[in-house]
Design a protein around this ligand. Structure first.
Ligand code: SAM
Length: 450
């Protein structure tokens, strides 16, 4: 902790005291799905209208609304990204956005909620084993304009001058999480800080070319170390043409504004003794370097077949463009089709638009993504269930108690879809993806709940 002496805003006595307290619990509500949440909240996160503090940490896994995407569990400091995006891009449409280090999806889902749905958001995660949780969270959040790639930062270098906004929530030494995750403390060393700082610079160098001229880079860490924060910004301003972007914080006493030594790059520091949240650093930088935007390839998209047209009524009317692959049909906004053709030349996509499923000679076999998508048609048959049945569905159990005529249904809890079932007359098949099922035992008192 003594290594933090001299860091702007660091006060050893109050900082130590804060680390003896339990961290606050907070969630961020989904703008379109959170109407039926009944949680014991006690206030809004000052810099994010969708952020709420909770009195205590419930068993989130046993709340079907979490699985429906009604909210995302996120620590409060990092929600400052919301305030920044609103300040930097008020009422913006059609932005191209990259969230470079996206898993498990906190910043990504925040970006989807904060930006207009005409924007294209790429959520990238280089570590393949972390892509599944990212995908699960993004599918629950349900925005068809949010796609997933799994690429190394250097793969983005070839996409010259493309992105209006790049968020780099960099891998870091994690000192800001000491209170929340005691394991972070075990892994923290001076040497690790230096290694992280080097890696952070390499990541920024790798993606810099893909940012537009006048585009914005938002850089964040959950570290207190100047080596990983202000010094990285100074390095960026020395190596490339970049200027700092001040963000108003007058309304939020407790956020510490810092300036780097050489280029006066401004950063925003969050200390757990000064605000209700964990340690966090965030800064916005404008690229002032001339960059030639990449030209879109002239591509002809394949003519849409009958099956594709049939599937369009599974989504709300919009200008959809459909693609067929081995797994079925994917719909993406027509406005983003050329982006896909351009980006697929460089990037490995895990999710594009919304998968609507496959069509056989007999029927439509819906994809799980459609159930949770905010773009899904409202005219699809649904069955509303109580909490116990919702949790049994989420455990991927058979739902014998439901009396349904044959066909496909959305299973809904408090009006929000959780996934698909198919009633066959004598039994009901549960189509929740196996890897997303709840593994914990359900408490016995659930049997009496409505
Ligand atoms: N943005 C995420 C969120 O809000 O949920 C948290 C991101 S976490 C701080 C940093 C991420 O960077 C991790 O998912 C990690 O897998 C990824 N990462 C690790 N090494 C990386 C590298 N060399 N380049 C890019 N990303 C990396």
């Amino acid at each position: 902790m003594d290594t933090l002496n001299g860091v702007s805003g660091f006060d050893k006595a109050t900082f130590t005291e804060a680390h003896l307290q339990e961290p606050p619990v907070s969630i961020r509500l989904h703008p379109l799905k959170s109407g039926s949440i009944e949680m014991n909240t006690y206030g809004t996160v000052p810099w994010c209208a969708w952020g709420r503090y909770l009195h205590e940490r419930p068993s989130f896994t046993l709340d079907p609304l979490l699985h429906a995407g009604a909210y995302y569990v996120q620590e409060a400091s990092s929600m400052f990204l919301h305030s920044m995006v609103q300040h930097l891009f008020p009422n913006a449409t059609q932005l191209k956005v990259l969230d470079l280090c996206a898993a498990p999806g906190g910043k990504s889902t925040l970006l989807a909620a904060a930006l207009d749905t005409s924007c294209l958001i790429l959520s990238n995660e280089v570590i393949r084993s972390r892509c599944s949780i990212l995908e699960e969270n993004i599918v629950k959040w349900g925005y068809p304009n949010q796609w997933i790639t799994s690429n190394d930062p250097k793969d983005f270098g070839a996409i010259e001058g493309y992105f209006d906004l790049i968020v780099v929530d960099a891998p870091c030494s994690g000192s800001g999480l000491f209170r929340k995750e005691s394991l972070a403390l075990n892994h923290w060393t001076d040497n690790n800080v230096s290694l992280c700082s080097g890696r952070q610079k390499r990541i920024l160098a790798d993606i810099w070319n893909s940012l537009k001229e006048n585009g914005v880079l938002i850089y964040a860490t959950c570290s207190y170390s100047p080596q990983e924060n202000e010094e990285v910004l100074d390095w960026l301003a020395t190596e490339f043409s970049a200027t700092t972007i001040p963000i108003p914080t007058d309304a939020y006493p407790g956020i510490v504004v810092s300036e780097s030594d050489n280029h006066s790059m401004m950063g925003y520091r969050f200390f757990p003794d000064k605000i209700k949240g964990e340690g966090f650093f965030i800064a916005a930088v404008r690229k002032t370097q001339a960059t030639n935007p990449l030209k879109y390839p002239k591509t002809k998209t394949a003519a849409e077949n009958k099956g594709v047209l049939l599937l369009k009524d599974k989504l709300q009317p919009d200008a959809w463009s459909c693609m067929e692959n081995a797994e079925g049909i994917t719909a993406l906004s027509s406005a983003h089709r050329q982006d896909y053709e351009l980006l697929k030349q460089q990037l490995y996509f895990r999710k594009v638009g919304v998968s609507i499923g496959a069509i056989t000679s007999k029927e439509w076999i819906p994809h799980h993504e459609t159930a949770l998508s905010i773009a899904r048609s409202h005219d699809i048959p649904q069955v509303e269930v109580n909490k116990e049945t919702a949790l049994r569905f989420l455990k991927k159990e058979a739902l014998e108690s439901l009396q349904l005529t044959k066909g496909w249904y959305l299973v809904c809890y408090k009006g929000l879809a959780l996934g698909w079932i198919k009633a066959l007359g004598n039994r009901i098949n549960n189509y929740l993806p196996k890897n997303q099922r709840i593994r914990m035992e359900l408490p016995s008192e659930l049997n009496n709940e409505e």
